[in-house]
Design a binder for this molecule. Structure first.
Ligand SMILES: *Cc1c(COP(=O)(O)O)cnc(C)c1O
Length: 461
């Protein structure tokens, strides 16, 4: 639909509502202390606007809820599996479709098959669970983000791209035989939900072809990426988003997806590929850890909802609203002088806490401190992507400063309205005026793997 108005509206009406968790500042102060300044430890009912993640937090449509009732719960050969498989094949073109309960299960299985000591996985950027699964297999996860990706304040259309020359140089140094896979994360979650251009996907593909390395997509947000290509890349502005998405998949040998993102469901995922040997090994692991081939850790109703969600997400009215929502939040923050990754990515806005809170040293976790302040003052929950998440410590246990200190404000899909976002912007305005009072944090305890989920912290002296 052509939209000639300045105001982009939510292209849906609301059929079912859920009350928000309204608390006082005093309550939140106690909640925060009891949670050891780790927002993953807070009960969701104590959160007003939950921007912790866009993963599994979206609202399903009436059509998807209808699909839930139609779910076929047969153990083997369920109709819902075939609907799921048909939709994924139509979109991706890959012949082997393996359902899993969420994205990281696909990663665990795939890297169990192809990873191992002495091997390297190359990428524009690995997402944190991807990196953890690569490393758990014994392999190393190597990121090659495009130059300028870390230049957060400087806008560019495709900051999710890979640095193709650097990637090729690494492949040549280590030898292609030690590199079983190149994975392109679309959009690039760890670096701001920034899109990857078709041109870059093609260039990476060409390098992979040259060295005989398969290229996969970690395609959690493939539809948002495709829509950015339509908006920003030359030659695509009148191409239907579905065709753009199909072209992205055509360039790849396989993909995995956390369906909790662009499949518009609360749980689910898949691994899809053409290689018969890899898929046979993956299915062996699937049966050990997830379930039989035609449900893979999901209920029939989940498979049904994913099949419908994968169609709905390519609706261009939805994508226009979706991308506009993140941009709107980003513009609001910039007006208050809050530094962000500019332009905002697809699934949220990433605040540059290093720049916003220069008085807090990396060892005192400025991004975590900002995330806690945001909760304390406004009941808003974001997530730290910084020194705590990356969790690199030297042999004396001292945290090594991460290259970035970000607070991600993720946007759940079809959940919050514009007034909710206006509220978030207002709270940030207040924080911007009182930021000198925000204090850093110290870690009390933290595990070695994915420390940010369970670390305990306290206010720094
Ligand atoms: C969410 C995500 C994953 C992991 O998926 P889960 O469903 O959370 O297990 C992997 N890669 C990317 C890019 C993601 O955004």
């Amino acid at each position: 639909m052509e939209w000639k108005w300045k105001t982009i509206i939510e292209p849906f009406k609301i059929k079912s509502v859920e009350p928000l968790g309204i608390t006082t500042r005093d309550e939140r102060k106690t909640v925060l202390e009891q949670a050891h300044y780790n927002l993953f430890n807070i009960k969701a009912e104590k959160v007003l606007i939950d921007m912790l993640t866009d993963s599994g937090t979206g609202a399903m449509s009436a059509a998807q809820w209808g699909g839930v009732m139609n779910g076929d719960e047969s153990y083997a050969g369920a109709r819902s599996y075939y609907n799921f498989e048909r939709e994924i094949k139509r979109l991706t073109g890959f012949s082997e479709v393996i359902p899993v309960h969420q994205g990281r299960a696909a990663e665990k299985i795939l890297f169990g098959v192809i990873g191992g000591k002495g091997r390297y996985i190359v990428s524009n950027s690995h997402f944190d669970t991807t990196r953890a699964n690569v490393e758990f297999s014994g392999a190393q996860a190597m990121d090659f983000p495009v130059k300028g990706a870390l230049d957060f304040g400087k806008p560019a259309p495709f900051k999710g791209n890979a640095d193709v020359a650097a990637m090729e140089k690494f492949i040549r140094e280590k030898g292609a035989k030690n590199i079983p896979l190149c994975v392109m994360t679309v959009t690039n979650n760890s670096l701001g939900g920034q899109p990857v251009s078709m041109e870059n996907l093609k260039a990476v593909r060409a390098v992979c072809d040259k060295y005989g390395i398969p290229m996969f997509l970690d395609c959690a947000r493939f539809a948002e990426n495709a829509y950015f290509i339509k908006l920003r890349e030359k030659g695509y502005n009148s191409t239907p988003v579905r065709e753009i998405a199909e072209e992205m998949f055509e360039l790849a040998d396989g993909a995995w997806m956390s369906s909790k993102k662009d499949a518009l469901v609360n749980i689910g995922g898949f691994l899809a590929l053409n290689d018969k040997d890899w898929s046979a090994k993956a299915r062996q692991m699937l049966i050990l850890t997830e379930g039989f081939n035609t449900y893979g850790g999901l209920a029939g109703r989940d498979l049904e909802a994913i099949a419908i969600g994968l169609q709905e997400v390519l609706d261009e009215n939805y994508l226009q609203y979706r991308i506009r929502s993140s941009a709107y939040l980003g513009e609001g923050l910039l007006k208050h002088g809050v530094p962000i990754i500019d332009p905002p990515g697809g699934h949220g806005v990433y605040v540059n806490a290093k720049k916003f809170l220069p008085h807090i040293r990396p060892q005192n976790f400025p991004a975590q401190a900002l995330a806690c302040a945001l909760y304390l003052e406004g009941g808003i929950r974001g997530v730290e992507i910084g020194t705590l998440m990356f969790g690199r410590r030297d042999k004396n246990g001292v945290y090594q400063a991460a290259p970035m200190e970000l607070v991600r404000l993720a946007m759940p899909r079809r959940v919050y309205t514009q007034s909710h976002i206006d509220y978030v912007i207002e709270v940030f305005g207040w924080l911007a005026r009182h930021k000198k009072a925000i204090k850093g944090l110290d870690v009390v305890e933290a595990p070695p793997i994915l420390p940010h989920f369970t670390a305990k912290l306290k206010l720094a002296k």
